[in-house]
Design a binder for this molecule. Sequence first.
Ligand code: JFZ
Length: 430
Amino acid sequence: MKMENSLEVILERTKWFRQARFGMFIHFGLYAIPGRGEWIRNNEKMTIEDYQPYFEAFNPTEFNARKWAKAAKEAGMKYVVLTAKHHDGFCLFDSAYTDYKITNTAFGRDLVKEFVEAVRAEGLRVGLYFSLLDWYHSDYPKYEDRHHPMRGNKQYQNEQINFDRYLELMHHQVEELVTKYGKLDILWFDFSYGEMFGEKWKASELIELVRKHQPDVVIDNRLETSGEGFGSIATEEIHSYSGDFVSPEQIVPHEGIRNDKGELLPWELCLTMNNHWAYNPSDKLFKSSKVLIRKLVECVSKGGNMILNVGPDAKGKFPRESIEILQEIGQWMKSNGESIYEGELVNLPKPEWGYYTKKGKMLYAHVFEQPIGPIALTGIDKEQIERLSFVHDGSEVRISNSWTTLAFQDICFAQYGEIGAYTYPLPDEV
Ligand code: JFZ
């Protein structure tokens, strides 16, 4: 069976995804115990034996899938993606193909199963992250520069490995995820590097397997890339494994992500709240909810999504800081969410005071900067404005030459017929 793929198919498949605009990423695993990030085994050059105590100790007694799902829902997020397996090879699901799994720890339960059920129960879309790398499997290549396997990628000379045997396990585990956990909305593969991309993973075969069971699942582009490049999704030659969206990591692209022909592609910024994906109690450099809301607005304005990460602690609880941030974002989303969901690419120059988002005939002005005097609605023609009001309370905003006091994060919207093709030097003030 040859898999057809095209931008048209991708746009159809990602329709719900592009409308959702805002999701939650969860990085959880054995690495929550040392609390120094999910790359600890590699960064600190730990052997499997060095890492084993975390397997022995793993028991997230406070884990409650409903609480995770509720926190995402209340933050205004529409989907949640969990690390079913990260680079360390530990499975949060009951895989039949390894003993290195959660059901063999003191915890004893299939966390992925509880997770997908809880997320669906909240009416949210559900996704699973799956690492293409596996530092546990003896047939996965080791690299001289273990700190940056994607850069210094010279394989050990006389390494006796059978990579096909690894691929067999990897494909089997993906098969388990797509057959045993009901309908999945997202599969987030991670990641490709050096010569390890595409068919090195037997990617066509893998996608065929995935699509056989989950024809509509939305897949990222990292069977080909690392989050830096776009991959063949941006070219004339879209493969079955090119993915359905581009996945910039910790980078807000300076404009919407387009293919070689200039057409907008689905994309999703993945972003940490502090500077680690997994739990790290000494990293207190959390971005404020204000900054995060503004990044979300920026992504939506540029036609993209944002997936914001939480790294639960060893007991399975979200960090206090993350909970606070989620609550604050949720409060804002409650009154302003309509300017986010289903947001389309805005084809207007960025106004000085913030960003526009757009949905059909509605234009939303996100005013980030405290104005001194009136705010110029640059890029639109006064004649096109039917109505102007605050989103949060529906009250009218007058178009006049008088003083106004639009505060930070207030939003006003203008209903208009079509986007003006020309700009005022200084239009009638708001
Ligand atoms: C990857 C993971 O390694 C990381 O742990 C996390 O899960 C994130 C969402 O995805 O991060 C990467 C992947 C590739 C590069 C950098 C970070 N890279 O190629 O530079």
